[in-house]
Write a protein that binds this ligand. Structure first.
Ligand code: HPA
Length: 269
């Protein structure tokens, strides 16, 4: 089956389940999936039941699709994403974004836990731009002309209007929201201190193992994007050692602010 046929099969399956009018896709990163529990009138589908869908294997990722009302908007929330480091092909990593587009979403809010280069643990960062250092590109292969051009412009991958709204909302509710550049790597190992020094020189403020592939596919298809990083640790070299437990623990501390912020942004978009 071609990629396009898979997208259509999955879209038809989800429409059949009642996902008829999503406005926003919500990709919830490590430890941030709880927000999906606040979705009202929810239709919840296990990833395992969705045709052509990947499998979620990381601690802190639930593996459920939740559709319904959040802050007065119709959202399609992913509790758990697919990472390249899990062995998923880029087609699988970015497939949910393709399906969000096919279902008629106007935009996506992509969130992640990230290591801080310019910011420290506990910071929330609106992504202004990214650097793709994964060594991969999810658009390699046949171009889906119905979605976007062969050589898509990435100058405005992160939608300025969405970020403006995010800042207005953050100011209004008194949550500090920084701006910065996210550098995406493949993982799964954390970076070396030398790599982090290099990334700092390259202009990165945060580093992580997700988001970049999904945003490339979203921007290709004309989906608007808001990216938010929850900084969970100082990147390598700025603190003595790194571990996933700390990433999940710091996310627990940030998550109330994170949830409030994303809900209020959704209401304002
Ligand atoms: N590096 C890469 N990915 C991450 C980090 C980090 O320090 N923290 C959370 N995700």
């Amino acid at each position: 089956m071609s990629l396009l046929e898979k997208i259509i099969e999955t879209k038809d399956f989800l429409v059949e389940k009642g996902l008829t009018e999503p406005e926003f896709g919500l990709i919830l990163g490590s430890g941030l999936g709880e927000l999906a529990e606040e979705v009202e009138n929810a239709i919840i589908i296990d990833y395992a039941d969705i045709p052509n869908w990947g499998k979620s294997t990381v601690v802190g990722h639930a593996g459920k699709l939740v559709y319904g009302d959040l802050a007065g908007r119709k959202v399609l929330a992913l509790q758990g994403r697919f990472h390249f480091y899990e062995g998923n092909p880029m087609e699988v990593v970015t497939f949910p974004v393709r399906v969000m587009k096919a279902l008629g979403c106007q935009g996506v809010i992509v969130t992640n836990a990230a290591g801080g280069i310019g910011y420290g643990p506990g910071a929330l960062m609106a992504i202004t731009d990214h650097i793709n250092l994964t060594g991969q590109n999810p658009l390699i292969g046949e171009n889906l002309e119905d979605f976007g051009p062969r050589f898509p412009d990435m100058s405005n991958a992160y939608t300025a209007d969405y970020r403006k709204v995010a800042h207005e909302v953050a100011d209004k509710i008194g949550i500090k929201l920084d701006d910065g550049v996210y550098i995406g790597v493949s993982g799964p190992c954390y970076e070396t201190p030398a790599e982090i020094r290099a990334f700092k020189t390259l202009g990165a403020d945060a580093v992580g193992m997700s988001t970049v592939p999904e945003v490339i596919v979203a921007a290709h298809s004309g989906l608007k994007v808001l990216g938010i990083s929850a900084i969970t640790n100082f990147a390598a070299g700025f603190q003595s050692e790194l571990n996933h437990e700390e990433v999940v623990a710091v996310t627990q501390q940030i998550k109330e602010d994170f949830k409030r912020l994303v809900k209020d942004i959704l209401a304002a978009l």
